[in-house]
Design a protein around this ligand. Sequence first.
Ligand SMILES: *Cc1c(COP(=O)(O)O)cnc(C)c1O
Length: 469
Amino acid sequence: MATDRFQSAVFDEYLAKANAHAAKYLRTLPDRHVGARITRDELLAALHTSLPTLGDEGGDVIDLLASQVDRGAVACNSPRYFGFVIGGAYPVALAADWLVSTWDQNAGIYAISPLVAVLEEVAAQWLLDLFDLPRESGVGFVTGCQMANFTCLAAARHAVLKRVGWDVEADGLMGAPRINVVASAESHITIDVALRYLGLGARSARRVESDEQGRMRPDRLRELLATLDGPTIVCAQAGNVNTGAFDPLREIGQAARDHGAWLHVDGAFGLWARASERHRALADGIELADSWATDAHKWLNVPYDSGVAMVRDAEAHRAAMTSTAAYLVQTRGEERDAVDWVPEFSRRARGVPVYATLRALGRDGVQDLIDRCCARAWQMADALAREEGVRILNDVVLNQVLVRFDNDDDVTRAVIDGVQREGTCWLGGTTWQGQGAMRISVSNWATTEDDAARSVAAIVKVFRAMRQR
Ligand SMILES: *Cc1c(COP(=O)(O)O)cnc(C)c1O
């Protein structure tokens, strides 16, 4: 019975179950309590047993998983989820992602899957077009911006050492010329982690002072570069994770070029501003950089996990990443082997939902997505600022808003807690320049004007109730 018609009836049964659970989840998503409403103990009570000897029926397992999602999961693809920088998933992106799992392709090399290799080849070109970055750049589809930063900085490490006659891939860093790493005081933690992975060390990075919006000061960068000799990598940022502010990339790019340094830009969500005529100017000069990291699971709204590494010098990119083995080389050279561009060997075909989403949205659709999210961020900032005792801490230039209540850390924290419990929306907290703040990120295609208005109303209601106590 087991192998009968490849168990197609069993696939049908389980997938029908999964489809029904997914449909219910998606149907109720816009109305559900956004936060989780369950403790770890309750989840363990429902899910923990000793490892079964015989195993349960598969369909029952699928039902079990789904039974815990309503209270156990935070609805971070809800249109009223504004925590971190998360993003939802477009229907076409989710459907494409289902196909990726169904096909179960190992997207490491062309020979295993010509189909996904070509889909990713096209998606890579589309991204370079959309961002208007050098079309000859290497592109790697990685798990997220963490690994995109790592991949880009690995290419940087290769290139700056090669220029001084050192082969880091063959000989490692022991005995290598010292690399100067320069990053802004506001660089994302994943830059530090990438530097750790690369043997450069997080503490070795020289920090450049940033301004009140979190932008690297180019005058301070020039001063610092003037004191540095030898191989140098500068890490700049398009989109501060708190304020959404962009480093002044044209000035930074010019300073890096004058010094002969490699410039890397972390544009996890900010790079998408390049797709919008209205917001493109924020990233002016970004094309002067040598490498760019971004996320598709954030602002393109494809499901997790999906990041993108882009490197102008494709040869440096390939040299830093490629794995060659005699049994792998099965192509004539034109075909794209993903292992040349990413740290992974076997890998999921994560470029396929990117292809599907770009194909379905088109340039106009991506622009509309970015502009709508920014408009909703403005709407929320504007409405909140009208409430007495509420202050917006940042210049709202993109999709990020920092809100402070009664100019007080404790009140601000209490409002955040209260809003999370109330459930209309979800947002988190941060500390911005020593002050506690609520952090709003609008990065979901599905967030409507009404969602933004309802969320503001919920926040204001919690704040007023708190003041009356
Ligand atoms: C989210 C983010 C990252 C990390 O991206 P992951 O996809 O979580 O790995 C890096 N830099 C910035 C600016 C970010 O916002």
